[in-house]
Write a protein that binds this ligand. Structure first.
Ligand code: MV4
Length: 515
């Protein structure tokens, strides 16, 4: 088949990933159509696209998730292809199939590959058949506690009970001794039934304190399947990644080649095309185990792009248009180090509770090796309709220590006023000696969370807080008596009341409450 680039692509997503796809299209000379809900009418992705179509009220299930409507819009505006981004419909095989049956191109894997990797047990079977190492365990749900005990004793405790129908930790129970197993199984079944409507639970050998290391895969329609190295994603809170980096301190070039070949084998076994990611557990003695394959572009793709010098989203579009991958595996060696911090509208000092409100003021970091993939601007309203991730701050530097220093500098430059964000949490992590050592596992953050989110107590910060509070109180007392914001008759600049004072901004930057 010959390659022919699309003229127009519909971007079936919102926020930072929608803007990311729009930018990739613009550089390829492809026109873009944004879709948006009423809540996103003035969002950056709507403004940057060549066209924009309202698809419904704010709830996702009445807008971004209404696949039939998105396909109808794509046909109406003359888009030849749809890019789903991540989340929403990006891993719904029915949607990929419906797009194809509508005569459009789904910029992602074939529906059949999504199905092959969509069910954890099917993915596990496929991996085993492809010789990909999986965690020792039984793939199907256990019949009863007796069978679970027999399997557990065969593998040895501790074991992990997992819901067959779902992921993300729901329905998971670590069982360290035989006496606990029956109750744990009943509890896991209840949670699995509530979360997924399916109480099937299976048993695996529990891997203690592993890392979450994932391999980026990219495959074209001509049989070329490559890997683009690994990403270290162990800094997670409740199965939500917070910080990702590439490469991983735990992966040598030899291990990278082996894990990469494993991921390529799994992708080939699934008939995979386009970008995808194989997730692994990597334990302390270098053993790795396939967990699942994500059949979409991932949030954390920028760290791979930066160390590999590849625009993954553009290659998704090119591959979907039929292009042949022009590089080969030998070309794909990581250069330097990249770190990504997810900037979320959550308050780390308050249990990461969602923070809503208007972005009153936004100052973005820049300078050497700094990238901001964001979907917000001053004036953006942040609500509860959508995922709390507002943006990603990514840095690239020659070494990991330099990347950490660069991330710290960029985080200090970043100012988001009007809502609480994860910025100060990330600053604390960058300053943490254990994080700096790189010796962390998926359990590290949960173990350190209280110390990384405790209110700061150093004297200087407290003094700053006192000054800021006094100033803000003074401003608010005198707010009505100050000359108009711009002009006044004395010729000297009047104190503006339409922006927070420098002290208030400074105090907030230090994560201090001023109201
Ligand atoms: C495991 C495991 C340890 N041993 N399986 C979490 C949800 C899903 N991605 C699989 N997960 C795990 N499976 C065995 N046999 C530890 C986890 C796990 C985890 C894995 C990756 C990233 C973060 C995690 C957080 C907690 C538990």
């Amino acid at each position: 088949m010959s390659a022919r680039m699309f003229k127009k692509v519909l971007v079936a997503n919102r926020g930072e990933i929608a803007l990311r796809v729009i930018r990739a299209c613009q550089e390829l000379g492809v026109k873009t159509v944004a879709v948006y809900s009423e809540a996103d009418a003035s969002a950056p992705h709507v403004r940057e696209a060549d066209e924009a179509v309202l698809v419904g009220p704010p709830p996702s299930n009445q807008s971004y998730l209404v696949g039939e409507r998105l396909i109808e819009v794509a046909k109406r505006v003359g888009a030849e292809a749809i890019h789903p981004g991540y989340g929403f419909l990006s891993e719904r095989a029915w949607f990929a199939r419906a797009v194809r049956e509508a005569g459009l191109v789904f910029i992602g894997p074939p529906a059949e590959a999504i199905e092959a990797m969509g069910s954890k047990t099917a993915a596990r079977q496929l991996a085993i058949a492809a010789g990909v190492p999986v965690v020792p365990g039984n793939a199907e749900g256990v019949k009863d506690a007796d069978e679970a005990i027999a399997i557990a004793e065969a593998y040895g405790f501790p074991v992990l009970l997992k819901a067959a129908a779902g992921g993300g930790g729901k329905g998971m129970r670590v069982v360290r001794q035989r006496a606990e197993l029956a109750d744990a199984l009943a509890s896991a079944r209840r949670e699995a039934l509530n979360a997924f409507g399916d109480d099937a639970v299976y048993v695996e050998k529990y891997i203690e304190g592993p890392r979450h290391v994932e391999i980026q895969v990219l495959a074209d329609q001509h049989g070329n399947v490559l890997h683009l190295g690994e990403r270290e994603c162990s800094v997670q809170r409740r199965h939500q990644k917070m910080i990702e980096e590439a490469p991983s301190v735990a992966v040598t070039p030899e291990l990278r080649a082996r894990m990469g070949a494993t991921a390529v084998a799994a992708a080939k076994a699934a008939g995979y095309v386009n970008a995808g990611t194989c997730e692994f557990l990597l334990d302390r003695d270098g053993q790795y185990y396939f967990l699942e394959m994500n059949t979409r572009i991932q949030v954390e793709h920028p760290v791979t792009e930066l160390v590999m010098g590849i625009d993954l989203v553009q290659w998704q579009i090119r591959v979907a248009a039929g292009e042949v991958l022009p590089f080969d595996q030998r070309d794909l060696v990581p250069r330097g180090w990249a770190i990504e911090c997810r900037i979320t509208s959550e308050d780390p000092s308050n249990g990461f509770l969602p923070s809503t409100g208007r972005v009153e003021y936004l100052h973005l970091p820049s300078g050497p090796g700094v990238r901001w993939d964001g979907g917000i601007e001053a004036g953006s309203d942040v609500g509860l309709h959508y995922d709390p991730m507002l943006a990603k701050l990514i840095v690239h530097a020659p070494t990991r220590p330099l990347a950490i220093a660069r991330m710290r500098r960029a985080l200090h430059e970043l100012t988001i006023d009007g809502i609480e964000t994860s910025r100060n949490f990330h600053l604390r992590v960058m300053d943490d000696p254990e994080f700096q050592s790189g010796d962390i596992s998926i359990q590290w953050l949960e173990q350190r969370l209280s110390s990384l989110t405790a209110p700061t107590t150093d004297r200087e910060t407290l003094t700053l807080a006192a000054i800021a509070a006094a100033l803000v109180a003074h401003e608010e007392r005198t707010a009505g008596r100050v000359a108009p914001a711009v002009e006044n008759n004395s010729g000297s600049p009047a104190m503006r009341t339409d922006v927070p004072s420098g002290w208030a901004v400074l105090a907030r930057r230090e994560g201090l409450r001023t109201s």
